[in-house]
Design a protein around this ligand. Structure first.
Ligand code: PLP
Length: 373
């Protein structure tokens, strides 16, 4: 099996797995208990929070552990609406967000919130003037950092500045960016940021929401006093430790990983070009390396995916959460990919663990397969 679906999920980092084990076995104590047996898990939780905060230049008390990126997104959107009152809430988001944002926006719209969806240009970028024209005082601007289907990277610092010029809050769904791109929440002036461990070689079922001190959003899950009383539920110490270890390792190797993946990315695209296949690469030329959205002329992406599966490759047609719907995705529609190409779209997403040999083998198999179709 050759794994080319790293935007859907990533392999658990070995060190992260080792770091998790004690908290699943011997040191299983409830981190909220006062006795000495709970000291170790409590300390691990504190250190993990500090570690994660360091990776994005936040303060440790600005990191709230959640169960996943989807929960973090829901908390940011619903928290803003609950604090302001749904009827008084306006959310300005983009047309290419993940469904964790889009479906959450639909839900709060039914409760009275106003939602504005910003168009993107052909490269999948929200242009500053488009936001400037639409923005109104007191809104929540929620724009994803890196798009999961085409890898386009938004100018978060610039968009956050515009939001603040209009007394708005700025949230970013950074699920595809954390652990893959340098992030400094202070320098970028981000108010809230969502992340998910399984996208950066951490375990599944754990994520975090960064909430800048001073930004007041209400609790998301009511119950005990965990996470400063804002997100109740016994802490998932092992997963939190795994998340922090994986993030630390990814951040330490960030530049090397980017460079390696950028090389593999251009090797793949250039090899396909040399094969004279009729395709386009979607997204911006300066998108995140390794998120490769390819649209093949008059082909069917779903069919390509299944034929590649038979040859042992994991790729996807778009978002993993959309994997069962055989239709052109909202992202491909939003960037207006030509109809003759749109249906033939697949996403190949690479990781630092992929090799040149895998890329060449893949290109040869894909070439054979497309010529047979
Ligand atoms: N946001 C983006 C951009 C994503 O790519 C994903 C997952 O694919 C999510 C949110 C949801 O994250 P999770 O799977 O942790 O709920």
């Amino acid at each position: 099996m050759i794994y080319f679906d790293n935007a859907a999920t990533t392999k658990l980092d070995n060190e992260a797995f080792e770091a998790m084990k004690p908290y699943l076995m011997n040191d299983f104590g409830n981190a909220s208990q006062p006795y000495s047996f709970s000291r170790k898990p409590k300390k691990a939780l504190k250190e993990a929070r500090e570690q994660i905060a360091r990776c994005i230049n936040a303060n440790p008390d600005e990191i709230y552990f959640t169960s996943c990126g989807t929960e973090s997104d829901n908390w940011a959107i619903k928290g803003y609406c609950t604090a302001r009152g749904f009827e008084n809430s306006t959310i300005i988001t983009s047309s290419i967000e993940h469904h964790a944002i889009l479906n959450c926006c639909s839900a709060v719209e039914k409760l009275g919130a106003k939602i504005i969806y910003l168009p993107v240009n052909k490269s999948g970028i929200v242009e500053r003037n488009v936001l400037k024209k639409t923005i109104c005082d007191g809104s929540l601007v929620s724009i994803m950092y890196v798009n999961n289907e085409i890898g386009s990277i938004q100018n978060i610092k610039e968009l956050a500045k515009i939001a603040h010029d209009y007394n708005c809050l700025f949230h970013t769904d950074a699920v595809q960016a954390v652990g893959h791109l340098p992030i400094d929440v202070k320098e970028m002036n981000i108010d809230m940021l969502s992340a998910s461990a399984h996208k950066f070689n951490g375990p599944k079922g754990i994520g975090f929401l960064y909430v800048k001190n001073g930004v007041n959003i209400p609790s998301y899950i009511d119950g005990g006093s965990q996470e400063k009383g804002k997100r109740a539920g016994t802490e998932n110490v092992a997963s939190v430790v795994g998340m922090a270890t994986a993030l630390r390792n990814n951040c330490v190797q960030l530049e090397d990983n980017i460079e390696k993946i950028r090389y593999l990315d251009s090797l793949l695209v250039n090899t396909l070009k040399k094969m004279k296949l009729n395709f386009i690469r979607n997204g911006a030329p300066d998108g995140i390396p390794g998120n490769i959205s390819l649209s093949f002329y008059e082909k069917d992406g779903e069919q390509i995916l299944h034929l590649l599966d038979l040859k042992g490759y994991c790729v996807s047609t778009g978002s993993a959460c959309d994997g069962t719907k055989n239709q052109v995705s909202h992202v491909i529609k939003a960037i207006k990919v030509n109809r003759k190409y749109a249906k033939g779209t697949i996403r190949v997403s690479l990781s630092k663990d992929n090799t040149e040999k895998e890329i060449i083998q893949f290109c040869n198999d894909l070439n054979d397969l497309l010529n047979q179709l």
